[in-house]
Design a protein around this ligand. Structure first.
Ligand code: ATP
Length: 402
């Protein structure tokens, strides 16, 4: 997949109608936006289009209205807040069909540098099926398309993929560009040594990620719940730890693959263990440390132990690129967050390019206070995993190549 895409810096939008697909999928409570990070993150691309004299038509999905207008999932509150953040009016085109008489009239009347926002693209049933009629409606509004919504890049919808095929130029915005530069290029063209760290609950969720990263990286580190299936595959007693017995052969295959490719595969050498899973998850727990070859049958590994934390941190020290997805233990519990914190610290202290692959991992790093120490924290959970799987992302592929 080519990752060399036309960006907003490469296009001339003066006097042109520019449709910009953003990710305004913000949490709402009683019509109020409770977290506006995604709006703030979208501003650089929008401001650039305004400054260059484009007629800026914004669109996004919000929640899952399942192809029907649902007033509680209207983008109207986003238009109001964006007006404040931009310091200029963002006119809201309140069409239940997203592209209707309001949108058409508003676009018709636009002057250079003005901004409008369309209604929730998922009010249209065609949106998530990449249906032609809605793609054509969207394309009819614009001369140029800009995609800045990485969170949906792993889906082929009208508002990212369908519309791209109907315009001359489909450029990527700054947010998309950053994800491509960091996540895409880290995996495809890493500065070496390249260390990949995987954690999280289940092996089954990340089969393709493990396999692909093993081919691309120099060292693959596996921690978290998924490590115990690997340890069991190697013949270790893992007690009551999380395991997927249907994936033991897969793990053996991966261990053999690492060996064949001459890659280092690091697994936990010790674990923080408990007897009873905490309920609620952050309830106090009594922890005992056991080496991986001495785990008693009645205990459950819920975090990497201190020896493992040191081993993993050491492996990160000499790296030039580190990609991390998935916590090292049950990080929601302070006693079982130590391994995840140790790895986050190791990443924070290295000069390597450090990339956090979305979702829970991003939340963990931010929650533990290491967010600003990372080179890049991906904003797309599903999309970033697919990048790590080495898959072609439809939303990226659809953008015009340079
Ligand atoms: P994302 O791809 O969104 O970053 P993730 O890989 O971080 O997600 P999951 O695979 O769902 O997300 O894993 C996160 C969960 O795994 C956390 O809730 C954590 O408590 C749990 N977890 C991690 N280690 C263990 C373990 N040893 N035993 C049980 N649960 C664990």
């Amino acid at each position: 997949m080519s990752l060399n895409k036309v960006s907003v810096d490469d296009i001339d939008v003066k006097g042109k109608r520019v449709l910009c697909r953003c990710d305004f999928n913000v949490p709402l409570k009683e019509g109020k936006i409770t977290d506006e990070n995604r709006l703030v993150a979208a501003l650089p691309t929008i401001k650039k289009l305004i400054a260059d004299g484009g007629k800026v038509i914004l669109c996004s999905h919000l929640g899952k209205p399942k192809g029907e207008p649902k007033p509680e999932l209207s983008l109207a509150p986003v238009a109001a807040r964006l007006s404040e953040l931009l310091g200029q009016e963002v006119k809201f085109a309140a069409d239940p069909e997203a592209v209707g008489p309001n949108a058409k009239a508003a676009v018709e009347a636009m002057k250079d540098g003005e901004v409008i926002l369309l209604e929730n693209t998922r009010y249209r049933a065609e949106e998530t099926k990449n249906g032609e009629a809605f793609s054509k409606d969207l394309a009819s509004l614009c001369d140029i398309f800009v995609n800045d919504a990485f969170g949906t890049a792993h889906r082929a919808h009208c508002s990212n993929v369908g519309v791209s095929s109907l315009v001359d130029t489909a450029a990527v915005g700054y947010l998309m560009q950053k994800e491509i530069d960091f996540l895409g290029n880290a995996v495809e063209n890493p500065v070496r040594p390249f260390v990949a760290i995987l954690g999280g609950a289940k092996v089954a969720d990340k089969l393709n990620v493990i396999s692909n990263l093993l081919e691309k990286c120099d060292t693959l580190i596996i921690g978290g719940g998924m490590a115990y299936t690997f340890l069991k595959a190697q013949g270790y007693e893992i007690g009551k730890s999380l395991v997927d017995d249907t994936k033991l052969d897969y793990c053996k295959e991966m261990i053999a693959k690492a060996d064949k490719l001459g890659k280092k595969l690091l697994l936990p050498v010790d674990s923080a263990t408990i007897t009873e899973f905490p309920n609620p998850i952050d309830a106090p727990v009594e922890v005992e440390m056991y080496d991986s070859d001495k785990m008693p049958a009645d205990r459950e590994g819920c975090d990497i132990g201190p020896k493992t934390a040191e081993l993993f941190a050491e492996a990160v020290k000499s790296a030039k690129t580190v990609v991390w997805n998935g916590p090292m233990g049950v990080f929601e519990n302070p006693t079982l967050a130590k391994g995840t914190i140790a790895v986050a610290k190791a990443l924070a202290e290295t000069d390597a390019t450090t990339i956090i692959g979305g979702g829970d991992s991003a939340a963990a790093v931010n929650q533990l206070g290491f967010g600003d120490k990372m080179s890049h924290i991906s904003t797309g959970g599903g999309a970033s995993l697919e990048f790590l799987e080495g898959k072609e992302l439809p939303g990226v592929a659809a953008a015009t190549d340079k």
